[in-house]
Design a protein around this ligand. Structure first.
Ligand code: 2HG
Ligand code: ZN
Length: 474
């Protein structure tokens, strides 16, 4: 167990960071002690906000010496309590938000280097200024930071074509748990010097060190995009439609998001200024986006023709093609607001799971049936990244007082067992955090768990980096 910080250590850190970088005031700390969903409430001895990598390195070295725990934090939009300190209160929050510079941009390397606290939307803007784009986006792009995205190997709605952060991060700068600096920023595409420390830090959820900056891969800016909302009969029909569109349009298909009628209804109910894109409600919908490079034929034409033939052949039941950027944005708003709309319904059980893409249509239907039969009154809302074999298999509790607290964990265990039996993963994109640490320990194969623990032990023998995340505290 990490130690509590002494007054001496806190005074040292205060002197190092100054008033902008150090606070113990309850009001300043309060917003960062609770996660976005309001599920986890932690405590911390202080909030540290360094302004440079050197300051991060000094903080980590001092804390390593003293055996005091650090909880790295970016935009605080973790879905699994990954950035919230534990309730016992001895840890220090290490906020990277002040470190938000774009350090360099290179159109020739197709690369950009951003500090950990840079907000994703600002990376998008910076890339656009040099005629490039960073092809990863998600609903929280206005608050999620590069450090958090790297540390959770974030996915989002363009993984279908470009992959998650693991395929988009070229280099990482990080302070390791002993305070030493891993200077891994680089635009190199090929580097075969043994173990890939960068990949180890991606998705480590802050348990192996503090990511302070990253070099990101850029791709050419697009010339135009087409966005459509399409009705389909079932998840199986949705997957068939995706493969048809890919056959016709190749990798112009960038996004393919599954939205059940239930999720759309929640958005229309909870999110102001939204309206249904199709006149007749469909049991299942997909949001499709295709893009065309600059100087190429327009994207809308290809998608329009492909959808027309899908409708003719019965592969889709209805479709609305956005006729303007404003309409395209309105369709994306429906998709991106599902999380927030669900939150408006009160606490729900979240399971960001994956199974092989080919098995997902059946899984969505059969697992929902099993959950709803076992827990009468519960409602499954499964939506999201069908083409990646990843849906958010969320469960709304039955309207029974105290059910969430009394039976929620058991119901989640039921879902995870179905996922493991289907050869899937209990975390496709949100990570393990504190929410799934015990489930990982229960469901992961022993050899894999032992190797993960050995890596943690080797790099962070004192267990000071984000304790209680990924691995349960023993
Ligand atoms: C999304 O795909 C996010 O919208 C959040 O990963 C999913 O709230 C969720 O369950
Ligand atoms: Zn998602």
């Amino acid at each position: 167990m990490p130690a509590s910080p002494t007054d001496n250590l806190l005074r040292d850190l205060e002197a190092l960071l100054g008033p902008r970088g150090f606070t113990r005031a309850a009001d300043d700390m309060a917003p960062w002690l609770t996660d976005w969903r309001g599920r986890y409430h932690g405590a911390a001895a202080a909030l540290l906000s360094p302004g440079s990598t050197d300051e991060v390195a000094t903080i980590v070295a001092r804390c390593a010496e003293a055996g005091v725990a650090l909880v790295p934090q970016g935009g605080n939009s973790s879905m699994v309590g990954g950035a919230t300190p534990l309730a016992e209160g001895g840890a220090l929050i290490l906020s990277l938000r002040r470190m938000n510079r774009i350090r360099s941009l290179s159109p020739e390397d197709n690369a950009l280097t951003a500090e950990a606290g840079t907000i994703l939307a600002n990376v998008h803007e910076a890339a656009a200024e040099i005629g490039r784009r960073f092809p990863l986006t998600l609903g929280a792009r206005g608050s999620a930071t590069i450090g958090g995205l790297v540390s959770t190997n974030a996915g989002g709605t363009q993984v279908l074509r470009f992959g998650p952060m693991r395929s988009l991060v070229l280099g990482v700068e990080a302070v390791l748990p002993d305070g030493s600096l891993f200077e891994g920023l680089s635009p190199l595409r090929k580097d075969n010097r043994g173990y890939d420390l960068k990949q180890l830090l991606i998705g480590a959820e802050g348990t192996l060190g503090v990511v302070t900056a990253a070099t990101l891969r850029l791709v050419p800016a697009i010339g135009s995009r087409a966005v459509a909302w399409v009705g389909v009969e079932s998840p199986r029909a949705a997957l068939k439609l995706l493969r048809r569109l890919e056959e016709r349009l190749g990798d112009a298909v960038e996004s393919f998001e599954l939205v059940p009628a239930t999720a759309l209804a929640l958005v229309l109910q909870h999110i102001p200024a939204t309206r249904a894109p199709l006149d007749t409600p469909q049991p299942w919908n997909v949001l499709v986006e295709t893009v065309a490079p600059a100087h190429a034929a327009e994207a809308p034409k290809g998608l329009e023709a492909a959808l027309a033939s899908a409708l003719e052949e019965g592969a889709a039941t209805d479709a609305f093609l956005a006729a303007s950027e404003a309409q395209a944005e309105a369709l994306w708003k429906l998709r991106d607001s599902i999380s927030e709309a669900e939150r408006g319904e009160g606490p729900g059980l979240k399971h960001d799971i994956s199974v092989p893409v080919s098995a997902m249509p059946e899984f969505v239907v059969e697992a929902a049936r099993a959950v709803e039969a076992c827990y009468p009154g519960a409602r499954v809302i499964a939506f999201g990244h069908l083409g990646d074999g990843n849906v958010h298999f969320n469960v709304q509790p039955p309207p029974i007082a105290g059910w969430f607290e009394a039976r929620g964990e058991e119901a989640s265990g039921f879902v995870y067992d179905l996922v493991v039996a289907a050869g899937g993963s209990i975390s496709a994109e949100h990570g393990i955090g504190q929410m799934k640490a015990a489930t990982l320990a229960r469901t992961d194969p022993p050899a894999r768990l032992a190797a993960l623990r050995a890596i943690k032990q080797a790099l962070d023998p004192k267990g000071i980096m984000n304790p209680g995340k990924l691995f349960p505290l023993t």
